[in-house]
Design a protein around this ligand. Structure first.
Ligand SMILES: Cc1cc2nc3c(=O)[nH]c(=O)nc-3n(C[C@H](O)[C@H](O)[C@H](O)COP(=O)(O)OP(=O)(O)OC[C@H]3O[C@@H](n4cnc5c(N)ncnc54)[C@H](O)[C@@H]3O)c2cc1C
Length: 399
């Protein structure tokens, strides 16, 4: 095993690390390889986390949750990814942990009292979040899905794409325009956040879904979704009508730090596999790891993964300290660096394996596909750099 305990952890973080390591020990690389190969959602893993209350990590104790924050969640998700599950393992449960945050912050007391204890106990899941549309990805305020008020209901029509974990979720947090873009002063206004009962919508015929065939993270399914005349009771509006985009942004930086932690874990898993193979494989009568052409790419990637990790943990501490630091800058730096480091680590691990680098049984090809994906989601690397260029370095926005 490569050296991974490289940042100072609090007692609480150490507890999280040890508990998650214990759970993940029951799900080895072969488990994740099979889920990826067969395109099967890891229900056993999600159930194990649910059983130990981990879906309530960010839910306050008064609603039955663990009342944790970003410093603990980065540990949790890094551990899950580093265990051999990679980015997919973390992503298989990420939504279930994060989608309740908007509910905690903006949901009505009735909704919170009804749902949050069930989410915390694992009885109910809010794993899916639908923002992206065919014509609105990076430009997310361009969404066209409409919600019109009719009496005590909203009627929703439109289309989403890439909505993940719809099949593993009871509820979908859906972003829709309550005021068209051309009628609002700022494009970030006029978007609202709804809680949609997925089974009900499917059985009413108001929601149709189609899985998207993809090449990475096969265990976590993403869908194209069509909504036609979907009726959502007004008490399922989360927060304020027209303020949904701002509600979504609130907490986004902390979530981005956690995704960066998932990339760090993925990079560590890849390096672990690469180093183990380098030490074991003999070519020309000696172990390939004795060649510096093998050692250096792994060592350089290790340095970059650890540097990204330091930025992630530093950002997570800042998020909890409420010291007024610019979390947007830290989160985007962390996500950018962690994705690049994970990609470099996975690439070095594949190269170390020679031809076996693309054989499924060695896992590094799975990590490589996932590392490529981390440069695209939840926002692309270019958009993270746009944020830094415009909001941190003060350069002009061109689009
Ligand atoms: C596996 C997977 C799971 C996903 N899960 C979800 C989910 O659960 N819910 C959800 O809502 N969405 C989800 N997404 C969608 C994801 O958030 C979008 O794919 C992402 O935001 C990019 O949008 P896009 O694919 O439409 O790319 P586009 O916006 O079409 O961009 C295409 C390219 O142009 C570049 N580009 C565009 N504008 C600029 C600019 N101004 N400056 C520089 N470069 C620019 C982009 O960086 C990118 O490289 C998922 C995507 C994937 C692949």
């Amino acid at each position: 095993m490569i050296q991974r305990d490289t940042v100072e952890l609090s007692d609480q973080q150490r507890l999280v690390r040890d508990s998650i390591r214990e759970i993940c020990a029951d799900f080895n690389e072969a488990y994740w390889r099979e889920r990826d190969r067969n395109g099967e959602y890891p229900y056993e893993f999600a159930d194990a986390l649910a059983e130990h209350g981990w879906f309530g990590a960010l839910i306050p104790e008064e609603y039955g949750g663990a009342g944790m924050g970003t410093p603990e969640t980065v540990v949790m998700m890094e551990e899950i990814a580093a265990s051999g599950g990679g980015f997919s393992a973390a992503q298989s449960v990420h939504g279930g942990i994060y989608n309740s945050v908007s509910l905690v912050e903006y949901g009505s007391e009735d909704l919170k009292n009804d749902l949050l204890p069930k989410v915390a106990s694992g009885e109910v899941s809010i794993q899916a979040f639908g923002l992206t549309e065919p014509n609105a990805g990076s430009d997310s305020t361009a969404i066209e899905t409409r919600a019109r008020k009719e009496g005590e209901e909203y009627v929703i029509d439109g289309q989403k794409i890439w909505t993940s974990r719809v099949d593993a979720s009871d509820y979908l947090v859906l972003m829709a325009r309550t005021t068209p873009r051309e009628d609002v002063e700022k494009r970030t206004r006029g978007i609202s956040m709804f809680l949609v009962d997925i089974d009900e919508a499917l059985s009413n015929g108001a929601l149709e879904i189609e899985p998207i065939e993809k090449t990475a993270s096969n265990a976590v399914h993403s869908y194209e979704c069509w909504f036609e005349g979907l009726r959502v009771p007004e008490d399922r509006l989360i927060g304020e009508e027209g303020r949904g985009f701002y509600q979504m942004l609130d907490g986004l930086n902390e979530e981005r730090l956690v995704i960066a932690a998932e990339c760090v874990g993925l990079g560590e898993a890849a390096l672990d596999a690469g180093v183990a193979y380098a030490n074991q494989r003999e070519v020309f009568g000696r172990s390939i790891g004795t060649n510096q052409a093998i050692q250096h790419p792994l060592a350089a990637a290790y340095a970059r993964v650890q540097a990204a990790k330091a930025v992630v943990y530093n950002g997570a501490d800042a998020a909890a300290s409420e010291s007024g630091v610019d979390l947007g800058a830290r989160a985007n730096v962390a996500k950018y660096l962690a994705s690049e480091a994970a990609f470099e680590a996975a690439d070095a691990a594949v190269q170390t394996h020679g031809g076996f680098g693309i054989a499924r049984e060695y896992d590094v090809e799975r990590y490589f596909r996932e590392a490529r994906l981390t440069r695209l989601v939840p926002i692309t690397q270019q958009l993270a750099l746009n944020f830094l260029g415009e909001n941190v370095l003060g350069m002009e926005r061109s689009y």
